[in-house]
Design a protein around this ligand. Structure first.
Ligand SMILES: N[C@@H](CCC(=O)N[C@@H](CS)C(=O)NCC(=O)O)C(=O)O
Length: 203
């Protein structure tokens, strides 16, 4: 049985939860709050003491982008991880944006607004202001980040953008991003996440 160390409100954990649900794989969730992440038991599972962590038998993998890449290679090879060299390059680009601009921009602003974290506010605002117009323009011209279908690029980049209201950003100002997050939420098997706007007639 797959085990996923996670919390309900972690966007990084939700990336993996979405993949597991859309792949229709069974998994057990191990709630790992801030206190649990400081335990020696958790440090033995991951030296980074961060969620998500994916465990399957004797295989342990951390980092949401890495876990998505593994799940795609294992269960949707040549589809979720790209059909061509060009697609694979584009997917790597959006995984990188997910781990950099999305994490250091909207996700960091949400950490402060939602969980009271101390952040470098000006820097997070600047990263956000640089990145959002880039992905908005891309999604105004494309239904999915890469190719004509869902890939792990969409799974990696979407949670913290869907949750932007919790970061103090009005999703109405970013209509193409909003429609894309609703399109993802309308996928059969999509697991709900608190704060992710429900799909309303998404196309
Ligand atoms: N690059 C990692 C980042 C994971 C991460 O930042 N996880 C957060 C929860 S969303 C965490 O565990 N934070 C606690 C900490 O950093 O000590 C990933 O994409 O999985």
């Amino acid at each position: 049985m797959i085990q996923l160390y996670a919390t309900a409100l972690s966007g990084n954990a939700h990336k993996v939860r979405m993949a597991l649900a859309l792949l229709d794989l069974g998994w057990e969730e191990i709630a790992t709050d801030a206190a649990a992440r400081q335990s020696d038991a958790f440090a033995a599972i991951t030296p980074m003491r961060q969620i998500p962590v994916y465990v399957e038998g004797d295989r342990t993998l951390r980092d949401s982008q890495a876990i998505l890449s593994y799940l795609a290679a294992r269960h949707r090879p040549g589809d979720w991880d790209g059909r061509t060299a060009e697609e694979r390059g584009e997917i790597a680009l959006w995984l990188s944006h997910a781990a950099n601009e999305v994490a250091n921009g909207p996700a960091t602003l949400r950490l402060a607004r939602q969980f009271g974290a101390t952040i470098a506010e000006e820097q997070a605002q600047a990263v956000t202001a640089r990145f959002l117009p880039v992905i908005e323009a891309h999604l105004a011209a494309h239904r999915w980040l890469v190719g004509d279908r869902l890939t792990i690029a969409d799974l990696a980049a979407s949670p913290y953008l869907a949750l932007m209201a919790e970061a103090g950003i009005d999703l109405a100002d970013w209509p193409a991003i909003g429609e894309w997050t609703q399109r993802i939420a309308a996928l059969p098997g999509f697991p709900a996440m608190p704060g992710w706007p429900a799909a309303e007639g998404a196309q």
